[in-house]
Write a protein that binds this ligand. Structure first.
Ligand SMILES: [Zn+2]
Length: 263
């Protein structure tokens, strides 16, 4: 039997449990014999993760939910295998996640990035129950509140459990955020709203989908919000920017004509 290395009461994170990096964060939440998994990562680590869970003496038959934070392949590819090993578990995710996975959308899920020769297997994964803002996942005596936090992508969810927020790809410990990419459904104004909601809420800890767990810090969140607010008006993220003020300035200058002495 493996000792359970809880990061917080009722919460185990499988990379911390293994004391090595397996892939994305995989959170196991448990109470009164029931448990759920938030994300699973790639298929090649799914069996190892579930074997560790078995060795920690969790009954595989008592896995109640398999939860997709969003549809990205590095978070969900292993769910097909996980569902075979955990047939009693209900596969849940956002309606947009359900659609992308049912259609096997290879672009929105990052299974296919042609320009970088990335082409990886995306199994068809059936989201059996959709969850969205206002829903909650009940587990023993616990209740996880479902938050819609679009921005990185339209299907991004976060989950609140008391002082903890399973915060998905919204923000990481270094202040970085999940990829901003129009081909992935990213939306800067929505992203800023999601980050403002996290900034203003009273959770103490953020449990992200990549990298270390960290304390929620208003100042850091504001710095990230300010950066994304700038991006909205910069050509750097042109496909996601809402405007580019330099073009308005140029138009005024075109009307006046170019004068090297005034440039
Ligand atoms: Zn991610």
């Amino acid at each position: 039997m493996l000792p359970r290395r809880e990061v917080f009461p009722h919460v185990i994170e499988m990379n911390y449990q293994a004391r090595q990096r397996l892939g994305c964060s995989v959170y196991l939440v448990h109470d009164a014999g029931e448990w759920l998994l938030i994300d699973i990562g790639f298929e090649d680590t799914a069996e190892e993760i579930i074997e560790m869970i078995r060795q920690m003496d969790f009954a595989l038959a008592n896995c109640k939910y398999l939860v997709a934070t969003h549809a990205d392949v590095d978070h969900i590819q292993g769910f097909k295998r996980a569902k075979e090993l955990l047939p009693n578990a209900m596969m849940v995710g956002h309606p947009e996640c359900k659609r992308l996975l049912a259609e096997g959308d290879r672009v929105f899920t990052y299974a296919e990035i042609a320009a970088q020769n990335i082409s990886i297997d995306l199994p068809i994964i059936h989201i059996e129950q959709t969850i969205t803002e206002g829903d909650s996942l009940k587990l023993g005596g616990l209740s996880l509140d479902v938050w819609n936090t679009p921005g990185h992508t339209g299907s991004q969810l976060a989950f609140r459990l008391g002082d903890l927020l399973f915060s998905g790809d919204n923000i990481f410990r270094d202040g970085c955020v999940g990829n901003i990419d129009a081909h992935h459904g990213s939306d800067l104004p929505a992203f800023i709203q999601s980050l403002e909601r996290i900034r203003d809420c009273d959770v103490k800890w953020l449990l992200p989908s990549h990298g270390p767990i960290f304390r929620k810090d208003r100042v850091q969140l504001q710095k990230t919000i300010d950066r994304l607010t700038e991006y909205q008006h910069m050509a750097d993220f042109g496909t996601c920017a809402v405007d580019w003020p330099l073009l308005d300035q140029w138009e005024e200058e075109l009307a006046r004509g170019f004068d090297p002495d005034k440039a």
